[in-house]
Design a protein around this ligand. Sequence first.
Ligand code: ZN
Length: 101
Amino acid sequence: MKLTEALMEMEQRLEDMLKEIRDLKMHVYALEQQNELLLARVYNNETEDRGYNNLQKLYKEGFHICPAQFGGIRSEGKDCLFCLGFLKKQFSVDTTREGSK
Ligand SMILES: [Zn+2]
C-alpha cells in the first residue's frame, strides 16, 4: 500500500517534469526560430523567408512571437497586437528588401 502510494507520487512528479520539459522545448524552439530570423536578417540571405514562415507558423499554433512574451502561449488563442505588429514589420522588411539579386 505504502509502496503503491510512493510509486504514484513518483509517477506524478515525472509527469510534471515531462510537462515542464515540453514547455521548455517549445520555448527553445521559439527562440531558435527567432534566432534564425535574426541571423538571416544580419546576413540578409535567403533563409529570411523561412524564418518568417516559421514564426508565422508558430504564431498560428498559438505562441507569442513578440519580443515581450516570446515563446509564451497566447491565452485562448487570442490575437496579440504586438505579435501581429512584429509579423507585419518582418513582412514589410521582406518586401522592401533591396540589393542582392
Ligand atoms: Zn504577442
